[in-house]
Design a protein around this ligand. Structure first.
Ligand SMILES: [Zn+2]
Length: 127
């Protein structure tokens, strides 16, 4: 059964657990979008801190707390989705470079593919 990490990044299933997998994951995580995401999270957290102060003064406390939690989850989710796309793309690129047959744009496993075209997205596959 796949772990939570493998559910979030299904490309990891194609790699045996071990140092090579850890190295590829570390490389994928340290992409340019991760830095942007860290900045966006800081902006979201700062914005919510300012909002918290205004909400707590104007709306009864239970509602303001729920609104703050909701806004934080929406902001956090959007930043994580944005980052996940980049991490998956960087993982697929590394997998393809090490000879594991995978479609870089869509992540389809191309093991046994003879046509030279990804059946999922139609991308031509470099041999
Ligand atoms: Zn594809």
């Amino acid at each position: 059964m796949p772990s939570l990490r493998e559910k979030i990044l299904p490309e990891l299933i194609l790699l045996e657990p071990g140092p090579e997998r850890q190295r590829m994951l570390a490389y994928a995580i340290h992409g340019p979008r991760t830095r942007i995401a860290a900045f966006l999270l800081a902006v979201v957290a700062t914005g919510l801190t300012v909002l918290c102060d205004k909400l707590i003064r104007s709306i009864p406390s239970t509602w303001s707390l729920l609104i703050i939690i909701f806004l934080f989850l929406i902001g956090f989710g959007m930043v994580m989705w944005y980052t996940r796309q980049d991490i998956r793309l960087r993982l697929r690129t590394q997998l393809a470079q090490t000879g594991i047959p995978i479609c870089i744009p869509c992540g389809y496993n191309l093991t046994g593919n003879e046509s030279g075209v990804c059946p999922e997205c139609g991308t031509a596959i470099a041999k």
